[in-house]
Design a protein around this ligand. Sequence first.
Ligand SMILES: *Cc1c(COP(=O)(O)O)cnc(C)c1O
Length: 353
Amino acid sequence: MNAVLALARPEIVSLKPYSHAAWLPSLTRMHANEAPWRPSGDSTAAGLNRYPEPQPHLLIERLADLYAVPTANVLATRGGDEAIDVLSRIYLRAGSDAILQCTPTFGMYQVAARIQGADVIEVPLERERGWALDAGGVLATWQPHIKLVYLCSPNNPTANLLDTAAVEAICTALDGKAVVVIDEAYIEWSHSLSLTRWLTRFPTLAILRTLSKAHALAGARIGALLAHPLLIELASRVVPPYSLAQPAVEAAVRALEPQELAAAQQRLEGLLMEREYLSAGLAASPLVAKVWPSDANFLLIDCSDADRFMSNTLAGGLIVRDLRAQPALPRSLRVSIGTRAQNDALLNCVRRT
Ligand SMILES: *Cc1c(COP(=O)(O)O)cnc(C)c1O
């Protein structure tokens, strides 16, 4: 059996999926118990009274183009968060399976695993080497009950891209043994190529992308799970049949038109300049001890006085993310890159002690 299926929970492999009302847009819909009139204020093209197309073909085609993969490798999800949830449901048996994550990292991997009743095993990133991935540590720690191995690159909250050779060593060693999940939520700011080109090389590789960050659509909740067609097929059984709301789908399709993509690219490049500006400004603050290099749209900072940094910014009407509850980050905050005006407002708050 293909490893994508062999690693999955047997209940999911044998699950008979919910059979939704047939999607036949040329026919008058009298088969789905919908209202025959539109609600007031409905500005969607398809009509909010109608159930949305389950995996909208136009959105799937646009996402496949955007990420340069065949449509069979794409599942559209409610953000990267839903992709993480779906992977957990497919691969983690309660009470026996586990995930491996490289900390500090994005909190949803472990939340989704724990909701599923699975264990969480951690291998620290190497702070002294700029939060580098410890591929040897990951491979030495891996055991057969670890079904999902999360690699977040660039990593949230440390902001660094993971070394490609280290990621490749893990993908190579674990191929067919675990699903290696590479979360590329911030790849657009990294000057580095997406690893989607490895999907054909490593059948148990899964890649997460999102429109939330680089395409300014966090409120629409649209992301993508990119993986082997058999994994996509399993995932499509697990997501609810009408999970993507019609206004969100239409907003995503608009955002992926060539003109919008070009505009998004320009804003992205503008944000890279702001990243340098904010980074330099923060480094000059007496409240900041270190600004870590960033491959993302945010900065990780170590503070000399994090309480004062927080209270000064709050007093100025700005909020940054406090990371001090994480054991590896006792003095750290995370700051999203804003507009020049927002960045200046933030810098003004932290210029003095
Ligand atoms: C923001 C983020 C996501 C995905 O967010 P969605 O809005 O659910 O798409 C995924 N991974 C990381 C590391 C993130 O920071």
